[in-house]
Design a protein around this ligand. Structure first.
Ligand code: F6R
Length: 263
């Protein structure tokens, strides 16, 4: 587990984007696991700038989004498909057939979820999975008590998540109560995971994910099982970490070793 405690969100976004840009230059058909929400937007803006200003080619990139609401059409402005179009896809040259979302249309969703997992495997697995984290520790929409081995499936959102999402819906509009999400097992299959978290509301979830016991009650803690996770935090999200000074020192040492070519 690597932990960078950043002065600003933009510094964290720059580090997260650098992970993707470096990987893309090495592997033009990179497979990305993508998140929605406010947290990853800074990274997406940097990717768009790299495409626009440096002509970086995304035409062979394949993407798999973490989650999507059930019951919102793809064109609903609050659907995650619409979010991804607005914040990333409309500005990059990733062909539409290379962008994948968990299945939410029609019936036999369980079978379609199995096919979504197969599509990830057929693409060679996810190279880099971007994550945010909910105040209750959810990753994707794996709410507390999700199995640590779960795969893509339908989940009912908790009252806390519904309250957090209510701000995106107009009065009288009923926000979706269910979603289809990659499972924790699906997320842990990614080769590298980059999780960003900003602001005081995320401090408990980050404390539980990094220093808490492994527990399905705090789904982020499952990341302790993964060999290559990078946490990009601001001071506030990191404020409950008891070993903050150690993490800062470890990060500084690693930077120095990278510069010296030791790593
Ligand atoms: C979104 C997702 C969620 C969010 C989390 C944090 O695709 O999977 O787990 O990452 O709810 O949301 P923000 O970034 O809006 O604080």
């Amino acid at each position: 587990m690597r932990i960078a405690i950043c002065k600003t969100n933009s510094e964290a976004a720059a580090l997260g984007a650098a992970e993707i840009l470096t990987a893309l230059r090495r592997k033009p058909d990179l497979v990305l696991g993508l998140a929605t929400g406010s947290t990853p937007v800074g990274i997406y803006q940097i990717l768009i700038r790299a495409h626009r200003n440096e002509g970086l080619d995304f035409s062979r990139v394949r993407t798999f989004n973490l989650d999507e609401y059930l019951g919102l059409g793809a064109t609903h402005p609050q659907s995650y498909r619409a979010f991804m179009n607005r914040h990333l896809f409309d500005e990059l040259n990733i062909p539409p057939e290379q962008r994948h979302f968990p299945p939410t249309e029609g019936d036999r969703l369980e079978e379609k979820c199995v096919r979504f997992e197969e599509a990830i495997r057929a693409a060679g697995g996810i190279d880099i999975q971007l994550l945010g984290i909910g105040r209750n520790g959810h990753i994707g929409f794996n709410e507390p008590t999700s199995s640590l081995h779960s795969r893509t499936r339908v989940k009912t959102l908790t009252p806390k998540t519904l309250r957090d999402n209510a701000r995106f819906y107009s009065d009288g509009e009923r926000p979706p109560q269910t979603a289809v999400t990659m499972g924790i097992g699906t997320i842990l299959d990614a080769r590298r995971i980059v999780l960003q978290a900003f602001g005081p509301p995320k401090a408990d979830a980050i404390h539980a994910a990094v220093e808490g016991p492994l527990s399905s009650f705090w789904p982020g803690s499952a990341l302790q099982l993964h060999p290559d996770v990078l946490f990009l935090l601001d001071e506030e999200a990191a404020s409950r970490l008891s070993m903050r000074e150690y993490y800062r020192q470890a990060w500084a040492n690693e930077e120095e070793m990278r510069k010296a070519g030791v790593l």
